[in-house]
Design a protein around this ligand. Structure first.
Ligand code: EPZ
Length: 417
């Protein structure tokens, strides 16, 4: 059952409930290791990456139960500081085991993380930040070995490249360091704000998350607490683009419009009519095909790299020519070859793709290679002529809760085969 059978020529219209943010829930789960008291999380999406993370925490000794959609986490009994290779390797997020286990045990052995093959995915900025706080870290062939002789000491840390992951690693470590840490050139994503809010709920003292300078006054310990994970802005954008490419009219509920300012501006440029409310966004194409748009990805609040493939798809069936430039990851156009197989007219030039709009895509047997590329191929299948088979769907099951079910409720006809 690792394939989808997708009937094309569908218009996506109706209501969809957005799930909790994968990229907030994953680090929050790992940062729960920083406290020995009980934590409750709500709005955690049901994803294979979340399942892997829960397996990792349970392997270390944590007790985790999901009761009535509330995730109850108790890490007080965690006794291992060396997570297993086979689970660590499955996800990029496992890098966020390093700081909490190091703080908890004074030493940690973490295998190098996995994640989408959209670039080299280095971890040097995570390591540099922890060394600046006083950790001793050696990188062996496929694992990190870290120790601390005495409590970490807060420092002014300038991260040389804007990095969501490294900002989170340093913020988590600094929360329980002595003294104050100032993170400069910090990532500003909404997920960073949510993680800071979670840690502050447990008793941390973090000010300025969401800006490029974050102040963290170390505390001696963290307590328990309850936290609701923010909505997934990338899932929201994916469904809005689904409406835009199929000339449909979709309302995304339980989301946060302010997280998608730049994305909505681009969708308006494509000719969409957009209405927003407190926690919903409506996109109505009024039956029209989208105009092509040029996008260039950059760190938040710039255009999100995680919506780059989906917007390229929009350009492939737009009214003229659009350029997508990828400035975050060095290899995030793998999905393009599959769209070309479906009849898209795309040229890759360095870190840009130039799309010449065609009247429609043709159905094909296509292969996913990463999370957002996979979601893009599924959307392409919904609008192509005929029946499209998307292979390796485990890629999108990592990051989209009930994706095909939600699309079918909007008028798609997708079957697992
Ligand atoms: C997070 O990845 C997200 N993943 C990504 O979402 C997202 O695209 C990315 O942030 C946006 O920046 C999760 O939250 C699990 P980075 P992360 O550190 O933390 C370089 C998805 O589809 N870099 O912000 O790995 C890196 O190579 C995924 O949901 C270093 O050089 O990204 C990249 O060019 C894909 N050294 C840039 O920084 C480091 O130590 C931004 O990476 C770390 C990163």
């Amino acid at each position: 059952m690792n394939k989808l059978y997708i009937e094309g020529n569908k218009q996506l219209s109706g209501n969809v409930r957005i799930s909790g943010s994968k990229n907030a829930a994953l680090p929050i789960l790992f940062m729960s290791i920083l406290t020995k008291e009980k934590v409750q999380l709500t709005n955690v999406p049901k994803l294979t990456d979340i399942d892997t993370t829960i397996q990792l925490l349970k392997y270390l000794g944590a007790k985790i139960k999901n009761k009535k959609k509330i995730l109850h986490i108790d890490t007080s009994l965690i006794k291992s500081n060396c997570p297993p290779y086979h689970l660590t390797k499955k996800i990029r997020a496992s890098i966020w085991l390093l700081a909490p286990l190091l703080i908890r045990f004074g030493k940690a052995k973490i295998f190098l993380p996995g994640g989408c093959k959209i670039g080299s995915r280095p971890i040097d900025l995570h390591i540099k930040g922890l060394i600046e706080l006083g950790a001793n870290i050696t990188l062996e062939d496929n694992y990190i070995f870290a120790t601390i002789e005495k409590p970490l000491i807060g420092k002014n840390i300038y991260i040389q490249k804007v990095s969501v992951g490294a900002t989170i690693t340093i913020m988590g470590a600094a929360a329980l360091s002595e003294g104050t840490t100032v993170i400069e050139n910090a990532a500003r994503e909404p997920e960073i704000i949510d993680i800071a809010k979670f840690l502050n709920t447990l008793g941390a003292n973090i000010i300025g998350a969401g800006n490029n300078k974050i102040f963290i006054k170390g505390v001696s310990r963290l307590f328990g607490g309850t936290h609701k994970v923010i909505p997934d802005r990338i899932e929201t954008g994916t469904f809005l683009i689904g409406a835009a490419i199929s000339q449909g009219n979709v309302i995304c509920h339980q989301t946060e419009p302010k997280f998608l300012k730049n994305v909505l501006i681009k969708l308006l440029e494509s000719g969409a009519k957009i209405n927003i409310g407190k926690n919903w966004i409506q996109l109505d194409m009024r039956g029209k095909k989208p105009k092509s748009i040029n996008i260039a990805t950059s760190p938040y609040p710039g255009f999100p790299t995680d919506l780059q493939p989906q917007f390229t798809l929009l350009n492939t069936i737009s009214q003229s020519e659009g350029i997508t430039t990828e400035n975050i990851f060095e290899n995030r156009f793998i999905y393009v070859s599959e769209l070309i197989k479906m009849g898209a007219q795309i040229k890759i030039k360095k870190n840009s793709v130039i799309c010449k709009g065609v009247s429609h895509l043709q159905s094909q047997n296509v292969f996913s290679t990463d999370l957002r590329g996979a979601a893009t191929l599924v959307l392409a299948g919904c609008i192509a002529s005929g029946i499209t088979i998307v292979n390796n769907i485990y890629h999108f099951e990592r990051g989209y809760e009930l994706f095909s079910e939600k699309l079918n409720k909007l008028g798609a006809n997708i079957k697992h085969i």
